[in-house]
Design a protein around this ligand. Structure first.
Ligand code: PLP
Length: 362
């Protein structure tokens, strides 16, 4: 039995659009699919601007640069996340400062953000971790004029108080990596309602070059453009948004049904959810203090379950970013693990995984 952690859902629609992009001859970033992808994405999330980029990490870098953040500045980042937000802050020369996460949602704690703010704090990156939005009302009430950058890379389709993840930051970012719920292989996007930020990002991601004056550069730019081929896959995935999000949620519901007994009878628990959030399950996540034994049982039969990331405060590379011991982030990190989750999984796949999991408890 081989069940991968995640596999993309690619249909004839994606194949047809990619073939069309190839046949059109427009294979780099100038192409109709890029524009269409951006318009569809802005419409879906409800933002004025959506800018397609090469991946979600550079979208974060672009957000930071467009907000004028650099050397000497601090940016507050949750201690429990994939590393990209912290790395993006370092890439622009600023210092990430870690804030604790709530034990009951696993998202960045507004109270701890308030404690970590200093005169150097120039932004807060709120990560909608594993398909669950942050408490933006609480965050807004503590940040004052400090902008929130929302990293919604893992939260396509998640909602907070009825609005989509990706609509909450002054700038929000998405990833379309192969293991994300909506995927273009590699890919990312930056979302904002601010015309100046959008213009600045378009300048920075395109070699610092304006249409008005080609080959004249006032700023050091980058090449962070998404290709038309990638956007062609993206257009198909965005057309299938509801189907792809619902399929993953169905997998989560099947897991919930199959594991209900373990939740009642053992110390196994599912990642907690807040009442005003509609989770969009990215990877189905569990927690148990004896995680190693469970993962071994799954690996032995070819099921690719995985331990989640270490708490960032435990990475030696980021020792300077720790102004406190992030006990809650570490506790979650030490016990949490992902089960295989994909839109392509069947109920029988889910039941096989659940069966092995249940057997690990007897
Ligand atoms: C996947 C991910 C990213 C970045 O994604 P890439 O597109 O792979 O660069 C950023 N932040 C979080 C929280 C992620 O999970």
């Amino acid at each position: 039995m081989i069940i991968p952690l995640s596999s993309p859902s690619i249909t004839d629609l994606e194949r047809r659009y990619v073939a069309d992009a190839i046949n059109s001859g427009w294979i780099s970033a100038a192409g109709e699919y890029v524009t269409r992808f951006e318009q569809m994405l802005a419409g879906r999330i409800g933002r004025k601007h959506a800018i397609a980029m090469t991946n979600g990490t550079v979208a974060l870098e672009a957000a930071l640069l467009a907000l004028g953040i650099g050397a000497g500045d601090e940016v507050i980042v949750p201690a429990l996340t994939f590393v990209a937000p912290a790395a993006a802050v370092r890439s622009v020369g600023a210092l990430p400062v870690f804030a604790e996460v709530y034990g009951n949602t696993w998202n960045i704690s507004a109270g701890d953000v308030a404690r970590m703010i200093t005169p150097r704090t120039k932004a807060v990156i709120a990560v909608d971790v594993m398909g669950h939005s942050c408490n933006y009302k609480a965050l807004q009430s503590v940040v004052g004029n400090i902008p929130i950058i929302e990293d919604a890379a893992e939260a396509h389709g998640a909602k907070y108080q009825g609005a989509y993840a990706g609509s909450f930051g002054v700038v929000s970012t998405l990833s379309f990596h192969a293991n994300k719920s909506i995927s273009t292989g590699e890919g990312g996007a930056l979302l904002t309602d601010d015309d100046d930020i959008a213009q600045q990002v378009r300048l920075l991601m395109n070699h610092g070059m304006t249409r008005e004056r080609p080959y004249w550069h006032d700023v050091v730019g980058h090449n962070w453009r998404m290709t038309n081929l990638t956007a062609a896959i993206g257009c198909a995935q965005l057309e299938r948004w509801d189907e792809l999000i619902a399929a993953r949620q169905q997998v989560a519901d099947w897991y919930d049904d199959a594991l209900g007994y373990l939740f009642r009878e053992t110390q196994l628990w599912r990642r907690p959810l807040a009442a005003d959030c509609d989770e969009a399950c990215w990877l189905y996540t569990l927690h148990h203090q004896d995680r190693g034994r469970i993962l071994n049982a799954l690996h032995t039969v070819g099921i690719d379950a995985r331990a989640i990331w270490p708490a960032l405060c435990d990475l030696p590379l980021y020792v300077e970013s720790c102004r406190q011991d992030c006990v809650s982030a570490r506790h979650i990190s030490n016990g949490a693990f992902w089960l295989p989750t994909s839109a392509t999984m069947t109920q029988s796949d889910v039941e096989q995984v659940a069966e092995v999991l249940c057997a690990a408890f007897v």
